[in-house]
Ligand binder design. Structure first.
Ligand code: N2P
Length: 346
């Protein structure tokens, strides 16, 4: 008995010495990436792994709120997350992100100056813009022939059962706020009371809620009009220019989705290697080729084809009124509750 116990002891010591050696000499050869669905091309992941030997485990989410819930539950540790601007702002406030060591991310020189030092990361310490974009109206102009230029035009009785929208309470509430002349960050208990009757009228008209692939219902002809991410609208336009993208005249959300490293990331070095890799112009170009959002990388932008640059959803012409979301603290919980309750009633 004694012998077995001491043998086990020797084995444990040997195992821990081995483990110690491994962690001293070799950083873990994988990173856990928690990112939006339909946003990270498999070719980019494969290219990174081929070059660095670091395996990428890509887990997908469909909203900032879904990502946050999983992140704080601690069920899984992530090396990289991909929040939108207002969620980066909240995570910085809560000390939930590691600062980026820019000496390890030299390709950060390629980030366009208009995508740096924004209100959510004013000193540009924590985030690397992945793609930017807007949220706007898509119209199948063969089916919807009247002029559509504001949120109220979408939610009309005659389009009942023909509408797709993002499954995203913060986005939905921002449209209702826009329709009463408020900005997307004018979120107070009073303005939330004001939007309730609007949502009560709008939401029963919706046929499909989909944040992953809202283009699908439009392509299939299940619906004829919707409010979607600009990259989805850009894909629809490439499929068929009958799909028109309209930025509502009241103003629309401009998001900046960015990579960031959670405070408890097991492999921050691997995370920064990935940040640097995706900031290479030729890699960044691959991302916006598959997912045609607004590319924040100036060197990649120079390499876009005229067709890519002329897509009106990826690069809206004119001077549309666009605004980023800010962190609204506790009000976010109210927004979730209002929309979730109303959908359940609908
Ligand atoms: C990609 C979703 C874009 C995220 N499928 C919008 N913030």
């Amino acid at each position: 008995m004694k012998r077995i116990a001491s043998l086990a002891g020797v084995f444990l010591v040997a195992a821990s010495v081995l483990a110690g050696c491994q962690s001293a000499q070799e950083p873990p050869k994988e990173i856990n990436l928690f990112a939006w669905s339909e946003y990270v091309p498999q070719g980019v992941i494969d290219g990174f792994t081929k070059e660095t030997g670091i395996k990428v485990n890509y887990e997908a989410y469909a909203s900032n709120e879904e990502m946050l819930a999983k992140l704080v539950s601690g069920a899984q540790k992530y090396d990289l997350i991909q929040p939108s601007e207002y969620t980066i702002e909240a995570l910085i406030k809560e000390n939930q992100l590691l600062p980026v060591d820019w000496s390890k991310v030299p390709n950060s020189k390629n980030i366009g100056s208009q995508f740096k030092n924004l209100p959510h990361d004013p000193e540009h310490k924590y985030s690397v813009p992945w793609m930017a974009g807007s949220v706007g109206i898509v119209v199948n102009s063969e089916k919807v022939t009247e002029e559509i230029d504001e949120y109220d035009d979408v939610f009309q009785e005659k389009y009942s059962g023909r509408i797709v929208v993002l499954d995203d309470p913060r986005e939905i509430v921002s449209w209702a706020l826009g329709s009463i002349g408020k900005g997307p960050n004018d979120v107070t208990p009073e303005t939330l009371e004001q939007v309730k009757p609007i949502l009560a009228k709008w939401l029963p008209l919706v046929k499909v809620y989909d944040s992953d692939s809202p283009k699908t219902a439009l392509l299939n002809g299940d619906v004829d009009i919707g409010i979607v991410w600009s990259g989805e609208a850009a894909i629809l336009y490439n499929e068929n220019p009958k799909f028109k993208y309209v930025l509502p005249k009241e103003g629309a959300h401009q998001f900046v989705d960015s990579l960031a490293i959670p405070a408890n990331a097991p492999n921050p070095e691997g995370a920064m290697a990935f940040m640097d890799y995706i900031l290479r112009p030729e890699v960044s170009k691959l991302i916006s080729a598959d997912f045609p959002y607004t590319n924040p990388n100036v060197e990649a932008q120079k390499r876009l084809s005229p067709e890519e640059k002329n897509n009106p959803a990826s690069y809206p012409p004119g001077d549309p009124k666009l605004e980023g979301f800010r962190d609204i603290g506790e009000q976010a919980v109210q927004i979730d509750k209002i929309v979730t309750d109303m959908k359940a009633e609908g």
